[in-house]
Design a protein around this ligand. Structure first.
Ligand code: SAH
Length: 405
């Protein structure tokens, strides 16, 4: 006989058969349309989840606003949420301590993939950047546990909160600016430090916690930078270069590197990063589509081209348009590569599967009559694990290919 009540002291949310099936399939989200009852449950509360007949399915964090109403945190009853959070944070940190190499910048906590749905923590040398993406992770008692645990285990100079106003709006949380939330571990002098220098694969980068985009750098590409540098040679073009992640790595093995981006602030940081590493790189502020067309028309040729555009497919509905965009970029890059050239082509749209992206690259090669050998078919770095059965946690594709004619 299944137990009729949740065997914990938590409030109960009952979900539909479809929601139950989703959890049985291994996913950790239940959508609002699959909530049967959640009466009296406070926004952001930890809840016991049951099926329609009252059978206990696990413990979750509840959002009263998001379309994702439930994010599971355990298949067991949880009566000590702070204890569970502390254990999960400790496990996430010790995994990184074991596997992350050659850097002091990495994702410490990757939300669902670290069984801490709604929480992202990145480390940049002595600074930590925290993003609380749900009502539950934003709740004061939860934030206090997170900050205390991070301070105790990692002893950062500061912890900064990065706020995405759109996320807070969707979660119906009051607006709040990004800012410093903790300066110095308890036993240290208060530092108020919000900028630092971090390094990956021997390359150094400036980090400003309260400027820039996303979380300051694209940590998910860290291992791809090193891989790309292993093949890159000659004259190189880094398209969508942002603050120079690929370009600076390529400069180790290429005779000449040009980085292209439409964002002037990003290029200004890229230039400071080049100086920090004693490298000469040409930075060009331009729309990548226009520039690739102009350069191709002008007969420019390269030995190495990197394509790392922003996510074109933000939802399934614009997938076709996005695929056309990816294809155009790959076509133009392939036209400009010399024989034996190296193409590093990335796609961070979750809606474009690895197989589909390989098709896009393959179609592009056929259209311009180039033979491509895939030498590495890569994804996101080890500090961004993909939770099986939660496909949303895997999004990055990075194909390294060699043009053979
Ligand atoms: N390769 C970078 C990350 C790229 S993120 C790294 O590893 O750090 C995507 C970049 O594309 C952003 O810097 C954004 O400014 C730029 N971008 C977006 N649309 C663009 C366009 N049409 N032309 C050129 N750059 C563009």
């Amino acid at each position: 006989m299944p137990s009729k009540a949740a065997p914990s002291s938590l409030p109960v949310v009952k979900i539909s058969r479809r929601g139950t099936r989703r959890l049985q399939d291994g996913h950790v989200w239940v959508y609002r349309s699959d909530i049967v009852s959640a009466s009296g449950v406070a926004p952001g509360a930890a809840v016991g989840v049951t099926d329609e007949r009252g059978k206990f399915l696990g413990t979750a964090l509840y959002s009263s606003a998001s379309q994702i109403a439930i994010r599971m945190i355990s298949t067991h009853p949880v009566n000590d949420l702070p204890g569970l959070l502390r254990d999960r944070i400790a496990a996430a940190i010790s995994y990184r301590e074991r596997v992350v190499r050659d850097t002091d910048a990495y994702r410490v906590i990757f939300s669902e993939a670290d069984f801490l749905a709604g929480l992202i923590v990145d480390r940049y040398n002595d600074l930590l950047s925290v993003q609380a993406l749900t009502q539950a992770m934003d709740a004061e008692p939860v934030r206090n546990v997170i900050v205390a645990e991070l301070n105790e285990r990692l002893k950062p100079a500061s912890i900064v909160e990065r706020v995405d106003p759109r996320v807070r709006e969707l979660e119906q949380l009051p607006a709040r600016p990004s800012g410093l939330i903790s300066s110095g571990a308890a036993d240290e002098v208060q530092s108020r430090k919000t900028s630092t220098v971090f390094s990956m694969n021997g390359v150094r980068f400036h980090y400003e916690a309260l400027e820039g985009q996303k979380t300051g750098a694209f940590l998910d590409q860290r291992e791809n930078y090193a891989a790309a540098a292993g093949y890159a040679y000659g004259e190189a073009l880094d398209v969508f270069c942002y603050q120079g992640g690929f370009a600076l790595h390529l400069a180790q093995s290429c005779s000449q590197v040009t980085g292209v981006d439409s964002s002037r602030p990003a290029l200004e940081v890229a230039d400071r990063n080049a100086a920090l590493n004693g490298r000469e790189i040409e930075w060009v502020e331009a729309n990548a589509f226009d520039l690739l067309r102009d350069y191709a028309d002008a007969g420019r040729r390269y030995d190495t081209i990197i394509l790392d555009p922003p996510a074109f497919a933000k939802s399934k509905s614009n997938l076709e348009t996005a695929l056309r965009g990816y294809k155009e970029l790959n076509l133009r890059a392939l036209k400009m590569l010399r024989p034996s050239g190296i193409l590093v082509t990335c796609c961070c749209s979750y809606h474009v599967s690895p197989a589909l992206y390989l098709d896009v690259v393959g179609d592009s090669a056929r259209d311009v009559h180039r033979n491509l050998r895939i030498v590495e078919n890569r994804g996101q770095a080890k500090d961004h694990p993909i939770l099986l059965n939660v496909p949303e946690t895997g999004y990055l594709k990075c194909i390294i290919a060699c043009v053979s004619n």
